[in-house]
Design a protein around this ligand. Structure first.
Ligand code: SAM
Ligand code: SF4
Length: 389
C-alpha cells in the first residue's frame, strides 16, 4: 500500500465548496447543477455545510487552509451571508492562512453582479466569471441567460470590487473561424486583468448538445480546425503576456489560480457540498472521497449521518502515480520525476521518455522537471497514457 509523502506541512490545502443550483441548465454542461423552481432554503444548506466541514476537519485534523473555491452550479446565486457563514465555519474548524485565496464562480448577469460587494465583505477575494463568449449569437446558441454587454458590465463590477478576477470563454464553437476567435480573444484580453480560462467546447455525453451533435444538427470544428483555433489561442495569449500555465488556463506570472494548482500539483483538498470530490491524506494514506450528488439527498444524508460521503476509497500506489501524471502534465511547469519515483516506487520508463522526446512531445527542463511541449499539449491524453503504461 502506498505511503503518502509526508510533505503536508509545506503543501497547500484547498477547500472546495459546491453550490449545485443554476437558473437554467446550459445545453453543453454536464456539471452537477440542478434547476429548482421553489425557493432554496439557504439556512438549511448552511447548517449542512457546517456539519460536513466539521466532520471533514475532525477526520483530517490540523491543516492550514490556503485556498477556498466556491464552484458550481452557480455559487453567485447564494446570498453573501450564506458565503460568509460557510467561510466562518471553515475558519472555526481549520487554521486559515492569512494570505488565503477565496474564489467564487459567478455567472455574469446583472442580478448576480449586484452581490459582488457583499461577497467581498464576506471574505471572497477573487471571482471567476463564466462569460463564455463575447458574441451575442454564440451566447444564445450556448443557452446563456446574459448578453455580451451584460457580461462586460459584470466584469467591470468585478474589477471595482476585486483585485483578482478571471473569466471563462468557450471556443471551438460551431462555425467559429480563426479570424473571429482572434478578434474575440483580443477583446477578452483587453478586459481580463490577469487570468483567463479558455476551454474548447466539449460535447459531453447525455447533454442536449450531444443529442443535437448525434443528429447532425450541431457541427463543431473538426480536429484540424480545432487545432488551428488552439494555435491562435496560444499565440494571442502569449503575445499579451498571459502564458498558458495549464492546458486551458492563462495568467500573468504570479496570477495563477492557486486553488486549481492544488489539484494539478496533487496536494490535498477537502470537498464540501453535493457531488464534491476530495483527495485527503488520512493516517498517511491518500483517499479519494466523493459526496452524494443530488442536493436534497445530500441534505438528508448530512442531516442524518453527519456527512454526505458516498464513496471513500484508499488509492493504491499505482492509482496515485497515474493521477500524478494525469494532473501534473497538464501544467507548463511539468512534473518532478523524483516525486513520481517516490509515489510509484519505480522510475518513469527512460525509453518511453526518449521516444516522446524525439517526437518533440516532452522535454526535460534544466530544473529537472519533465514537461509536455507546445506540440505535445494537443495530444496530451496520448502522452499521459504512454508514460503511465
Ligand atoms: C461549472 S462551470 C461554470 C460556472 C458558472 N455556472 C457558469 O456557467 O458561468 C465552469 C466552466 O466550465 C466550462 N464548461 C462547462 N461545460 C463545458 C463544455 N461542455 N465544454 C467546454 N467548457 C465547458 C465553462 O466555461 C464554465 O464557465
Ligand atoms: S455552465 Fe454554469 S450556468 Fe450553465 S448549467 Fe453549467 S454550471 Fe449552470
Amino acid at each position: 500500500m502506498a505511503n503518502v509523502e509526508s510533505e503536508n506541512a509545506e503543501q497547500a490545502f484547498g477547500v472546495y465548496v459546491h453550490w449545485p443550483f443554476c437558473l437554467s441548465k446550459c445545453p453543453y454542461c454536464d456539471f452537477n447543477s440542478h434547476v429548482r423552481h421553489a425557493q432554496i432554503d439557504e439556512a438549511r444548506f448552511v447548517r449542512a455545510f457546517e456539519t460536513e466541514i466539521a466532520a471533514t476537519a475532525a477526520r483530517v485534523g490540523n491543516r492550514s487552509v490556503s485556498t477556498v473555491f466556491f464552484g458550481g452550479g452557480t455559487p453567485s446565486l447564494m446570498q453573501p451571508a450564506t458565503v460568509g457563514a460557510i467561510l466562518d465555519s471553515i475558519g472555526k474548524h481549520w487554521k486559515v492562512d492569512p494570505n488565503v485565496e477565496v474564489t467564487l464562480e459567478a455567472n455574469p448577469t446583472s442580478v448576480e453582479a449586484t452581490r459582488f460587494k457583499g461577497y467581498r465583505a464576506a471574505g471572497v477575494n477573487r471571482v471567476s466569471l463564466g462569460v463564455q463568449s463575447l458574441n451575442d449569437a454564440s451566447l444564445k446558441e450556448l443557452g446563456r441567460l446574459h448578453t455580451a454587454q451584460e457580461a462586460l458590465d459584470a466584469v467591470a463590477i468585478a474589477r471595482q470590487n476585486f483585485d483578482r478576477y478571471s473569466f471563462d470563454l468557450i471556443y471551438a464553437r460551431p462555425r467559429q473561424t480563426t479570424d473571429e476567435w482572434r478578434i474575440e480573444l483580443k477583446h477578452a484580453i483587453s478586459e481580463a486583468a490577469e487570468h483567463l480560462s479558455l476551454y474548447q467546447l466539449t460535447i459531453e455525453p447525455e447533454t442536449p448538445f450531444a443529442t443535437l451533435h448525434a443528429a447532425g444538427k450541431l457541427v463543431v470544428p473538426n480536429d484540424d480546425n480545432a487545432r488551428d483555433l488552439w494555435d491562435v489561442t496560444q499565440e494571442v495569449t502569449a503575445q499579451a503576456g498571459l502564458r498558458a500555465y495549464e492546458v486551458s488556463n492563462h495568467a500573468r506570472p504570479g496570477a495563477e489560480c492557486r486553488h486549481n494548482l492544488v489539484y494539478w500539483r496533487m496536494h490535498e483538498y477537502a470537498g464540501i457540498g453535493p457531488g464534491a470530490h476530495a483527495r485527503l491524506d488520512v493516517e498517511g494514506r491518500r483517499r479519494a472521497i466523493a459526496t452524494e450528488k443530488r442536493p436534497e439527498a445530500w441534505l438528508m444524508r448530512v442531516e442524518s449521518l453527519g456527512n454526505g460521503v458516498i464513496t471513500d476509497d484508499m488509492l493504491t500506489r499505482e492509482e496515485i502515480a497515474d493521477e500524478f501524471l494525469l494532473m501534473g502534465l497538464r501544467l507548463a511547469e511539468g512534473i518532478d520525476p523524483e516525486r513520481y519515483k517516490r509515489i510509484a516506487g519505480r522510475e518513469l520508463d527512460p525509453e518511453r521518455i526518449a521516444t516522446l522526446t524525439s517526437l518533440g512531445f516532452v522535454e526535460n527542463g534544466s530544473d529537472g522537471m519533465l514537461r509536455v511541449t507546445q506540440s505535445g499539449f494537443p495530444v496530451l491524453d496520448a502522452v499521459v497514457a504512454d508514460l503511465a503504461a
